[in-house]
Design a binder for this molecule. Structure first.
Ligand code: THU
Length: 138
């Protein structure tokens, strides 16, 4: 199972906290920041962005993942998520992240006490459906 050094965990956690500070969550007031570590050491972040049409709200993790892909990165080393309570990603975000690697360290940062907990995406999304489950075309 893929692991990150303490230094990397700290770097990623701080980036997620920083991104959380830019969340746009005027409706739920629940701010979330996410940071994804690329293989070249670059960190790409996202925050949740809500909308007056509630259903259009975007989660921090998916925003970060889309930004990483748009920047040309499809393989990542880990993801940190910062929120009050250090909550795990929603089901949709688990599935979205799994597209790019199920063996992925996930660092949950609790903004209340600064606590970090580390798990693996494969634990959060057991018996998952992914790209390999689709029939090969051609
Ligand atoms: N949210 C995230 O950004 N990530 C998650 O994994 C769970 C929920 C956001 C969406 C919404 O803006 C707010 O948290 C409350 O659900």
């Amino acid at each position: 199972m893929s692991k990150l050094s303490d230094r990397r965990i700290e770097q990623l956690a701080l980036a997620a906290v920083d991104a959380c500070g830019r969340a746009y969550a005027p409706y739920s007031k629940f701010e979330v920041g996410a940071a994804i570590l690329m293989h070249d050491g670059q960190v790409i972040v996202g925050c949740n962005v809500e909308n007056a049409s509630y259903g259009l709200s975007l989660c921090a993790e998916r925003n970060a993942a889309a930004a990483a892909v748009a920047a040309g990165h499809r393989k990542w080393r880990g993801v940190a998520i910062a929120s009050i309570g250090g909550v795990p990603p929603c089901g949709a975000c688990r599935q979205f992240l799994a597209e790019f690697g199920l063996d992925m360290p996930i660092i949950l940062v609790n903004l209340i006490d600064g606590a970090r907990s580390v798990c693996n995406l494969s634990e959060l999304l057991p018996s998952s459906f992914g790209p390999d489950d689709l029939p090969k075309s051609g």
